[in-house]
Design a protein around this ligand. Structure first.
Ligand SMILES: NC(=O)C1=CN([C@@H]2O[C@H](COP(=O)(O)OP(=O)(O)OC[C@H]3O[C@@H](n4cnc5c(N)ncnc54)[C@H](OP(=O)(O)O)[C@@H]3O)[C@@H](O)[C@H]2O)C=CC1
Ligand SMILES: O=C(O)C(=O)CO
Length: 306
């Protein structure tokens, strides 16, 4: 079987590459990230039986040009870059690595929460400019947290928040009351969360329903003292509206880990003092790099064993 590794992130780990080539000796690797266009991806995938993909866009045009492909194993969790309908139509299987990076993202979410509420990002910036200004913010303990999504990452965030005794309100598509009791949360409407939350954190996939879920009206409905965090996908927050809200003091601050365009070039947004930001590193701890990779290899092994 010929396996393509499209995402250069996978081959950062020699352990993963060794394991993959042990099971599949015929591996083509995009280690130097040279696939820049759709044409490049098609040429790379053309003769392949399976592929490990990161966040590269794989659409109908690519799939129809690569008829030998029978599985895409996703190195990561979000599926917004894959045309799932076409994959189904063409009988291309999906290897999904759900949960493999949830602790990693949840820890970054907690870091962003603490940074925002205790002013760490602002204090760091000022001190590096040799300005000694003391503003220790508020404590996270006892605050009301609004989570959008109740999947693997949101549930891990809830577990990590346990020692902080927060009130946790959750907006989700489906509402399982037994799970709500288990996690000690309350399902709530978007409106209630906007009105009551001290920190909102987004853990939804990017879909047509979640695109621009947070825009001007939502920021106006939030408390002026509230913060918003997005570790999910750019596009769920309207970045133009966010800039206006952050500049105008409609909300107190934001934590962004995912951006509309990545790498972002929106320096007007990045330079805002009440923004704390990371370059989409949430799912990339040493531990999750291995967990995502081994999950991909297991998908390929199971698929080609049949
Ligand atoms: N920054 C990073 O490095 C990473 C970012 N991510 C992003 O985070 C997202 C969430 O990850 P994860 O928790 O693992 O995913 P899960 O699939 O475990 O959870 C997704 C949750 O979103 C809910 N949901 C889906 N669509 C809607 C909707 N339209 N309205 C309300 N709720 C909805 C689901 O509801 P239901 O219970 O009904 O299915 C589910 O609770 C990923 O899709 C990805 O984009 C993921 C990993 C790493
Ligand atoms: O798993 C994901 O979806 C990520 O964004 C990180 O790789």
């Amino acid at each position: 079987m010929k396996i393509a590794v499209i995402t250069p992130l996978f081959s950062r780990s020699s352990e993963l590459m060794n394991e993959l080539t042990f099971h599949f000796p015929d591996v083509k690797n995009n280690a130097d990230n040279r696939l820049k266009t759709k044409k490049d991806i098609i040429a790379f995938l053309q003769d392949m039986d399976g592929a490990i993909v990161g966040r590269e866009e794989i659409d109908d045009e690519i799939l129809s040009a690569c008829p030998k492909l029978t599985i895409l194993s996703r190195y990561g969790v979000g599926l917004d870059n894959l045309d799932l309908d076409t994959m189904k139509k063409r009988g291309v299987k999906l290897g999904w690595s759900g949960g493999t990076n949830s602790n990693s993202v949840a820890e970054i979410t907690l870091s962003l929460m603490l940074s925002l509420i205790r002013n760490l990002h602002i204090a760091t910036t000022l001190l590096k400019q040799h300005v000694w200004k003391v503003n220790g913010g508020s404590e996270l303990t006892g605050k009301t947290i609004g989570l959008f999504g109740f999947g693997n990452i949101a549930k891990r965030v809830i577990e990590l928040l346990a020692p902080f005794h927060c009130t946790i309100l959750v907006f989700n598509r489906t509402q399982d009351e037994a799970e709500a009791q288990k996690y000690g949360i309350t399902f709530a409407s978007k409106e209630r969360i906007l009105e009551e939350a001290d920190i909102i954190s987004i853990h939804l996939p990017l879909t047509s329903e979640s695109k621009n879920l947070f825009s001007t009206a939502e920021f106006k409905a939030m408390k002026k003292s509230a913060f918003i965090i997005n570790t999910a996908r750019g596009g769920i927050i309207d970045e133009e509206a966010l800039k206006v809200a952050l500049k105008g003091g409609e909300i107190a601050g934001a934590g962004l880990e995912a951006f509309l365009a990545e790498p972002t070039q929106d320096w007007e947004l990045i330079d805002l003092p009440n923004l704390v930001c990371t370059p989409h590193l949430g799912g990339n701890s040493k531990e999750s790099i291995l967990a995502m990779g081994y999950s991909c290899i297991e998908h390929l092994k199971a698929h080609f064993a049949h």
